[in-house]
Design a protein around this ligand. Structure first.
Ligand code: MG
Length: 157
């Protein structure tokens, strides 16, 4: 068994929606990002890469590469999963925490869980999505951006 953790932050910017866990979430702001700025899927990729000992997302998908401009982060997850599987590893479960003052994650939690389970090829019961505010503290509390943490467990196939 191998465990990995991931963390990602994006600053809010112009726009009226966020991509979170592969789900479009309406919001009064968008995020500044080279790709679609999906903090959940970026943290998930880093957790997968970390567990497999394969470095980090910035190494594999450079944010200066025009190929990834506006990219659907689901493509990152699919690519990383193939790398993990090539190491003869499979995903056991994933646990994600979204940290933000807003938007509210609860109405989108089920859809995010379903989408992540689909991307990872595991049962929805093996994916968990949590959300918390930072009680108004810090850059997240001031609603300057959004962050996500992920933990993934891999097992040998
Ligand atoms: Mg990111």
């Amino acid at each position: 068994m191998r465990i990995g953790s991931g963390f990602d932050v994006h600053a809010f910017g112009p726009g009226d929606f966020l991509m979170l866990g592969g789900v479009r979430v309406p919001h009064s702001r968008g995020v500044r990002a080279h790709s679609d700025g999906d903090v959940v899927l970026h943290a998930l990729c880093d957790a997968l890469l970390g567990a497999a000992g394969l470095g980090d997302i910035g190494e594999h998908f450079r944010d200066t590469d025009p190929k990834w401009r506006g990219a659907d982060s689901a493509r990152f997850v699919t690519t990383v999963l193939a790398m993990v599987q090539a190491q003869r590893l499979k995903v056991v479960n994933a646990d994600v925490t979204v940290l933000a003052q807003a938007p509210q994650v609860t109405p989108f939690r089920a859809a995010m869980r379903q989408r992540i389970a689909q991307l990872l090829g595991i049962a929805e019961a093996c994916v968990n999505i949590k959300a918390t505010t930072t009680e108004g503290l810090g850059f997240l509390g001031r609603a300057e951006g959004i962050a996500a943490q992920a933990v993934v467990l891999l097992a040998e196939t």
